[in-house]
Every structure is written in C-alpha cells, then in structure tokens.
Write a protein that binds this ligand. Sequence first.
Ligand code: GAF
Length: 427
Amino acid sequence: GAAMASKLEKASNLFQQHFSSSASGGGDDDDVTIAVAPGRVNLIGEHTDYTGGFVLPFAIEYSCVVYGQGKLTTSSSSSLSSPTQASLSFVSAQGSQELVQLQITSESTPPEKSSWTSYVCGTVFQYLVDLPQSSHLELKFAMASDVPLGSGLSSSASLEVSIARFVEAIIGTTFAFSSCEDDTNHAKIRAMRCQKAENTWCNSPCGIMDQYISSAATKGGLLMIDCTSLEAHQTLMASTERPLLVVANSNVQHDIGGGEYPIRVKQCQTATTALQKVNPQIQNLRDATLEDVEQAKEHMKDDVSYRRAKHVVTENARVEQTKAALEQGDWKQVGELMNQSHASMRDDYEVSCREIDMLVEIAQKQPGVYGSRLTGGGFGGCTVTLVDKSQAQNLVETLQKEYKAKTGKDCDPFQTQPAQGAHILTL
Ligand code: GAF
C-alpha cells in the first residue's frame, strides 16, 4: 500500500545518500535486500508472557523496513582464529538521520547505557556468536519505520526483528540457523534471539510476545502463543459479520524506563514463591489456578502479590476463552472478556492510567462496541476496541472528539487488521 511505498522511498533515498558510490554515479538497487517486520496489537493476554502464560496478539500494518546490502566473509585459514567481527554502518529515517558506524565482535559486551543503536547491535550480536570463527560480517543499511515510537505497539520489537530478518538474508539460512539444526521453526528462533537481544543489550526484562508475533504472524490471523512451550496456534476470526478492530493512542508515556515493568516482573516472582508453599508443582504463575491463588493468600506478605497473581491467572483463562469465542464468532463474549481484562489490568495489575481509562470508557459507551481494553505494557500507550462494522466510523470520530475535549490531546484512532509478520520484500 501507500504506507509501504513511502517507507521504502525514505529508506532507499537515505541508502543512496549515504552508501551509493559517487564514482558509479548513483544508485545500484540490483542487489539490495529489503527486510520488513511489523508492530503489533495484543487482543488479550497482557503481562502473562514473562510468566510462561498465554497471549493472543496480531501484527499490524505499521512496520519497520531495513534496506541495505551486506556480505559475510568466512576465513579459510583456521590456524589463526580470532573473534568473529561485524562492521555496521546504518542510518535511520527517524531522528537526526546521522550515519552510525560501529564495530562489534563475538566477544563484545553490551554497553553500560543502552541507546537505540543497542537494539541493532544486540540483535546482530545474536547471529554473530553462531558464525564460524574469524569470519567478518559487513552490513550497510537504512531504516524507516512508521510504528509510532513508545506507544505500546512494539516499535522496538519491529526494529529488532527486521534487523534479524535482514541479517538472515545476508548470511543465508545455513549460517543463520546452524546452531539449531533440529529446530526448523525459524520464526520462533528469530523471536528468541530478538528477545535475548532486548533482555541483554537493552536492559529490558520483556517477555517474548512482541518479538514472536512480529516474527511469526501470518496475514489475516491472530496467534495464540503458549509462552512456556513457545508453540503458536493460528486463530482466525469466524467470518460471520466480522467486527473491526480500532486502535487509539493515548499519546502519553508514563514512567517509561521508570521501572514499573521490572517491578511487575519481580512481583510475579514473589507471588510464585508464595504459591509454591501451597502447591510445590507450580513452577511458574502459568501453572497456578485461581484456587491456588486463594489458598496462597495467607502466605503472601501483602495484598499486592495476591492481586498480581489473580490478574495473571484469570488473564490466562481469558485468553483461552477468547480464542474459542473468536473462532465461533461470539463477538459479545470476546468483548466481555476484553472488558474484564481491562478491569483486571486497571485494578489488580495496576498498569493502566487515567488517559487510557478514559479512552476505554469512551469506547465502551459507544453503540456497536463489544469491548475495549488497554493493549501492551501499559502506563500509557494504546487501547484496542472491537466494534461492529457499521459503527466503526462513529467510534473513530467520537474517540477523537471526546478524548480531545477531555485531555487536549489527539488519539489518532485507526482501524487495523491482522497483517503479515517478518518477510523479505522483492521489488
Ligand atoms: C511489553 C513487553 F515487551 C511484552 O513482553 C509483554 O510483557 C507486554 O508488555 C505486556 O503484555 O510489550
């Protein structure tokens, strides 16, 4: 579509500007590789991935494009082995558009303080450590993305996954997956590497949902991901009078990097320890029932552990129910579960905020709306609403108008549908 054409144009212009040799008098697009990876919306299953639970996200049409060239040189003389090296030159259409030039090796350690370039280097590093010793990977590329930054639509996962897909295309499948020959699920392995990049290079204890859906989504479907087994099942919405999905952006970012997310991760660990006292079988919150949670209440120091565990356990159950309801076309039930999910995130998990609650309340009052909730990590970001086709336009207009009146901010509502995951674009 038009959005992809515009990203491509930005990336290819930047690439020409920085990398085409003036001697040859301009662009040679013949051997460029173009990798694309999308952002995502999570329909339901929030803050369940890092305790091995269930999630039900889909990819959206906003994506990150990596446009570039590269080559891998493997050394034949194995007598003098040195670390594997990567020379990276890249530029992003976002921000200052300055050329970044960095060297990393298979022995590099993450920088003390991470920046946006850590997402790039951390991802390349995951592939570098599996390449033959003494090889040299050279990459030059330009990036353009239209995933709104820091809005809970996984701009960082789309960046990591598009870089990963680009690297795989440059080094080839054999070198990219040599260390995991018996596992042919490349999308899953890519997701694991990108999550590891974010965990180790970017100081973020995120789960695997965002990288997984960006990597593995297929057009038209949602994925129910089991974050323990890392198996994913495609979920299609029944075709009966299929409603639409509308996303609204609160345009607030509370507490980004302020540590609320890592605090939730720790609180889940504390709750799990208490649960293990009543049921030693429980390894992760995913294994607990609501009954376990009620029983473990007395072993919990405070109400917080109890409420955190209750959210996760009930949310996991809601994901399974939502999957079934989607496949049966029971939109009322899907909407009801979305509303329950939101209340649970707001009251028990405490990851919502005033602006998000406003968007949800405005949406829930509109005709034709089945349900609405916060999507993503929270403390700002976006909401997702399931709405009857005939009322979608009214919803978009009302959200925009009422949110503006209440907060002075736009919420840029847009309609979306499940898009394709990471892929190589051929022109
Ligand atoms: C963020 C994280 F990156 C995901 O792993 C997930 O935990 C999500 O918040 C909450 O469901 O997007």
